[in-house]
Structures are given as structure tokens and as C-alpha cells.
Design a protein around this ligand. Sequence first.
Ligand SMILES: [Zn+2]
Length: 339
Amino acid sequence: MAEGPVVGHQWAVKLLQNGIRHDRLRHAYLIEGAAQVGKSTLARSFAQSLLCNESVDGRACGNCRACRLMQSGSHPDFILLPPTDRSGQPDRENGLHRAEQAADVVRQALLHPMEGRYKIFLIQDAHRAHISFANKLLKTLEEPPPHVVLCLTAQDRSALLSTIVSRCQVLALRPLGERIMEDALRARWGAPPQQAALLSRLANGCLGWAVEQIDQPEPLTERSERLAELQELSRSSRVARLAFAQKLATARNQTRLFPLLGLWTSWWRDVMLAQSGCLEQCANIDLLDTLAEAADDFRPGDVQAYLRTLSRIEGYLRHTVNAGLALDVLLLQMPRPYA
Ligand SMILES: [Zn+2]
């Protein structure tokens, strides 16, 4: 039997399949997890199983008309709702879910499905919902027509109204293991072994990110540049560090912020591993020489303290709009070589 499109997350796949098989569907599911961990892929696969005309034990057949429509992204009973910019164009980074779209969901939910038994809405990045959208959506959640299934995705359920979360079955996806990603990158996406090994180390369990990198060497070039920049920063003056913090705090750079902090964390964690003699466990396996040098240049205590600072400040930045001060602290506390 051909494998489904979902890599890993088997407990969630089973749970959803059992729901279909035993006719115990919920009206709403909230799929929670890091960016590109596979939330939308899971939701689409679930939708396909629900809409498939020939499904067996809650699994889609992959061949029927409904499956083909799902695979080509044109099933009329599957409605994808990403956040959008003001003109209505999808914008996953800066867009929002707005009141008009919620009104549309409410209206469409009342209509009967066109092809199958269900009408499925996938509301991506529900944490990017304007409060008026969230309130309107609650109406649908309170009195859902029996044919409606809502799938919401979000990175962090705490950013959603608790009244929405409490009406959903929450599926919290964990980062994927390296092995599972490496195998999938080679077998399904044809990545050469070395690239598959490096990407699965760097992906922090988020397969979607790794898949995106396969055909684009540029982000990895950008990664090398960002890491070179990081090493320069660790040697620069307070003034230069504060100037960098200010640059990072501008609105234009907000979407780059968390990937950058993730990269910094992976780097300093690797330095710590190198200092503990665990070079083989490092994520940045293509930079082992530089890591070995950095291990000698910085005090282990400074590196460990900075890793705690990074984690604390990242958590803070996720819940604040005033990033300036936090970024100043983040830059000023970065360790310096002690030689
Ligand atoms: Zn099918």
C-alpha cells in the first residue's frame, strides 16, 4: 500500500482515521505545532480521507474523483483559508484573518456540500486572526451544521481565544525525529544522502522547511552568511551590537526574527556540545572546524548562560509587540571570545 502524504505524526493520523472509521468526528480540530512541522499536510490528508468516495478504514484511496480533486487542490468542498493581506491575497507571514472572511465561512458553512458528505474548512495560522474574525468563527463553532468540519492550525494555542480552543480537539504535533526526516528526504524527495543528513539536522524537526531547501541552495548560503554575521557580532562593540538590535526590531525584519533566533540557538547549542566533547552531535555538521575553534574561544559558562537568555527572550518576543528592549538585552549579553 502506498504511504500517505503525512511523514511521521502517526499517532495523530491514527486518531483521525479512527474518528472517521467509528463515525466519531468532532466538529473542529486544532492542529498545533511549529512552523512547517506538517500541520496543513495532516489537515489536507484528513480532509481527503473524509471526502474520498472509496475510503477504507478511514484511509483515502488516492484514485477516486474526490481524491484527485483534493490532490489537485480543486475539491469544491475543501475550503482553504490562509491569512491574507488587505487585498485578499494569501500572506502567511504578515497577513490576518479578517471579519469579512469569517462572514464568508459562516455563509458557506450553511450551504450543503457539493460533492461529498462534508464541507471542510482549513483555517491556517489561526493565531493570526483578528478578534472580530475569532468572534464570528465562534458562532459557527457554537452551532455547527452537521456536515461542517473545521480544521485550524496554529503554532501556539495560547494565542487563540480559549473559547475557540475549548471547542476543538487539539492535536499537538511534536518536531519530527532526524532519522524519519532523513529517510523521507531521500526516499520521497530524492535528496542526495549528504544533503538529506545536513537538512534533517538543521530542520529542528520541521520537514516542510527541509523540503523547501532541497531545490534552493540560496537559503543555505544565507545561513552561512547569517552565521558569519553572528560570529562577527560576538566580536563587536556595544555600539555595533545595539545598532544590530535596532535593525532587527524594525517591522520589516520581524518575519526574519524567529528563524534567525532559531539559527543562533542551534549555533550556540553546537558550541556547547563541542565544548562538552560531543562534536558528532552538532546540528551544523558542515561547519565542524569553525565550531571546534569557537569551542576554544568562548567560556563554557558564558555559552550556557546565553542559551538560557536566548530561550527566555524568544518566549518573551512571542508575546510582546515591543521587541526593542528585549533585542537590546539579547545582543548585549551575547558572549565574547575571552582570549
Ligand atoms: Zn479516494
